[in-house]
Write a protein that binds this ligand. Structure first.
Ligand code: FMN
Length: 219
């Protein structure tokens, strides 16, 4: 397709959504329990990467950026992902802990949206997760100065070679201190279910002291 054809296609394509309601009366009172129900349905639907989410951060001036990360854990009402603390997202979060995460389960016509602030998980939690990764991934974490400019692919491969050699006789590859987990602690969680004629269901959980208030908003 030419770019012109792509533009025409994007502009003309339409689809309707199935009629699978989401009700404020039947959702769980806690958004993480509701997430668990939907997550199980995503797994049962055999979606590829049901734990992939878009993470949006912003720098100190509010300039936003987004990327996919894996949601790996839920700890104390926070969703956990792992990354390089010196990456672009890491630098953003250092300057501005506000973040938003979005999961899109296309085949189920659902999205889940988390908004809140991010903090690092403890070194113990990061160590435990890191230790469970395959050795190649551990070496990859050492080798990649995530988000920094590379002169070429070879430079990265040289780094991998260097750390493979360095840890060749090690049973345990230690976790680099620049790599670990973050926890996004949401104060707002939205569950969106596609419905016919764009009259979608949007159920929002708002954090109030120790409780969650549930509201419905317009589609
Ligand atoms: C399916 C998928 C899963 C990913 N999971 C992670 C992840 O868990 N952690 C991570 O740091 N990057 C992950 N990435 C790569 C990020 O999208 C991104 O390229 C990288 O983290 C650098 O982002 P930054 O420069 O904005 O910091 C994943 C990418 C895809 C497509």
């Amino acid at each position: 397709m030419s770019l012109e054809e792509v533009k025409n296609y994007m502009n003309s394509i339409r689809r309707d959504f199935a009629d699978r309601p989401l009700n404020e009366d039947s959702v769980k009172s806690n958004p993480f329990e509701q997430y668990a129900i939907w997550f199980e349905e995503a797994v049962n639907a055999q979606l590829l990467d049901p734990y992939a989410m878009n993470l949006s951060t912003a720098d100190a001036k509010g300039k936003p950026s987004s990327r996919i990360v894996y949601l790996r854990d839920i700890i104390d009402e926070g969703i956990v992902f792992y990354t390089n603390y010196n990456s672009q997202k890491g630098k953003n979060l250092q300057d501005n802990p506000a973040a938003s995460a979005l999961i899109f389960w296309s085949e189920l016509e659902r999205q889940v949206r988390f908004e809140g602030r991010v903090e690092k998980v403890s070194a113990e939690i990061s160590d435990k997760y890191f230790a469970a990764r395959p050795k190649e991934s551990k070496i990859g974490a050492w080798a990649s100065h995530q988000s920094d400019v590379l002169s070429d692919r070879m430079q990265l491969e040289e780094q991998v070679k260097f750390f493979t050699e360095k840890f060749k006789d090690s049973e345990e590859v230690p976790r680099p201190e620049f790599w670990g987990g973050y926890r996004l602690i949401p104060t707002r969680v939205e569950f969106w279910q596609g419905r016919p004629s764009r009259l979608h269901d949007r159920i929002i959980y708002l954090k109030k002291e120790n409780d969650w208030e549930i509201v419905r908003v317009n589609p």
